[in-house]
Design a protein around this ligand. Structure first.
Ligand SMILES: [Zn+2]
Ligand SMILES: [Zn+2]
Length: 354
């Protein structure tokens, strides 16, 4: 598919003679030849475009077909596919390869890591973001006034010749009306400069991993005029050694000794903000969960908070010395079977099935 206007590429009118086509091609091919622009990808693309345009417009049959079909022209003569028709409808001819864009600059992404404690309070993070800003020396144009030369193809208008409906930016100067004779000394013709921008980012309370914060205008500046893109800050909440998150609620395992579970105890536990003392009731089975209301995470946009769920976990001593072992055996021997009703039920079943 012809994604660009061949007449525009060669800088000639639609009424150009075959000699005009040849002449335009010779001048442009010499200027953009890869041998003369070895490390310039833009020049190599231009040379390809110029050659493609010349191949079509220099062949009378192809030129007639191209004039009739416009952007739906294909070199091999196959009929246009439905997606080609869509592409033509969605793009204006010539807009696919422009140096200058009045569109916004690119959006940038940056990941910021926060702790669970910071999710509770919200926080401010200082980040250093590498981004492109507009060059002040040339005002983003790539050349200062002295370094610009009037575009000969469009005579400085920046517009391509052609029927009004298809009229687009001049291909040779990308619509700027001038070409760069000597690039801006500061940005070397790019129109933009890379900087490391230090930004303070406000991370609100209650955020979760994957949430995006949009900082308007802190992305890349575009080339030429137009607004800078946005900075999308992606939140990543770091795993915590003790607390596990479940939505707005937070889970905590509390290791307890067997006597604490049997006799009850007052135990001081960490929370996301400081610590608090909770009462473990006597005869608490391991696995039991105690809930501390409003000690979880803030709910985004609401004053309510989640809960802190504390699961009681039995911690068994990995080893005992002789005296401790004897003490425990004596204690176990003192207990009647009714002290462990569920275990007694097991034992009864096993007896019956012997
Ligand atoms: Zn021009
Ligand atoms: Zn500059």
């Amino acid at each position: 598919m012809a994604t660009r206007d061949y007449y525009n590429i060669l800088g000639i009118g639609r009424d150009a003679s075959s000699d005009d086509v040849k002449r335009a091609y010779r001048v442009l091919a010499r200027r953009w030849h890869p041998d003369r622009n070895q490390h310039d990808a833009d020049a190599q693309q231009r040379f390809k475009d110029i050659t493609e345009a010349y191949r079509t417009l220099s062949d009378p049959d192809k030129r007639v077909r191209y004039d009739k079909l416009g952007p739906l022209y294909t070199e091999d003569g196959r009929p246009p596919r439905p997606e080609d028709l869509n592409q033509v409808a969605n793009t204006v001819w010539g807009n696919l390869f422009r140096w200058r864009s009045t569109a916004k600059g690119e959006d940038l992404r940056y990941t910021v890591s926060v702790t669970l404690e910071e999710v509770v309070t919200g926080c401010e993070k200082e980040v250093v973001v590498p981004r492109q800003v507009r060059c002040r020396t040339c005002d983003g144009e790539g050349a200062t006034a002295e370094g610009r030369e009037r575009c000969e193809v469009c005579k400085g208008s920046g517009r391509a010749s052609g029927p009004r409906l298809l009229r687009t930016d001049c291909y040779h100067c990308s619509g700027r009306g001038f070409t760069v004779a000597s690039p801006c000394p500061d940005c070397h013709g790019d129109g933009r400069l890379g900087v490391e921008d230090t930004l303070r980012i406000k991370v609100p309370e209650g955020v979760a991993t994957g949430q995006k914060l949009k900082i308007v205008g802190k992305g890349n500046a575009p080339r030429g005029s137009g607004d800078a893109g946005d900075l999308l800050v992606i939140v990543s909440v770091a795993d915590h050694a003790l607390f596990r998150r479940r939505g707005d609620d937070v889970m905590l395992d509390l290791p307890l000794t067997f006597p604490e579970l049997c006799l009850g105890a007052d135990v001081t536990v960490p929370t996301l903000e400081g610590s608090t003392t909770i009462r473990i009731p006597a005869a608490s089975p391991p696995g039991k969960v105690l809930r501390l209301a409003n000690r979880g995470l803030p709910k985004v946009g609401r004053s309510a908070r989640g809960d802190l769920h504390i699961q009681l976990v039995l911690e068994v001593p990995p080893s005992l010395d002789e005296g401790q072992r004897q003490g425990l055996e004596r204690w176990a021997g003192d207990l009647p079977p009714t002290a462990h009703p569920r275990r007694a039920l097991f034992d009864k079943l096993v007896q019956e099935r012997r």
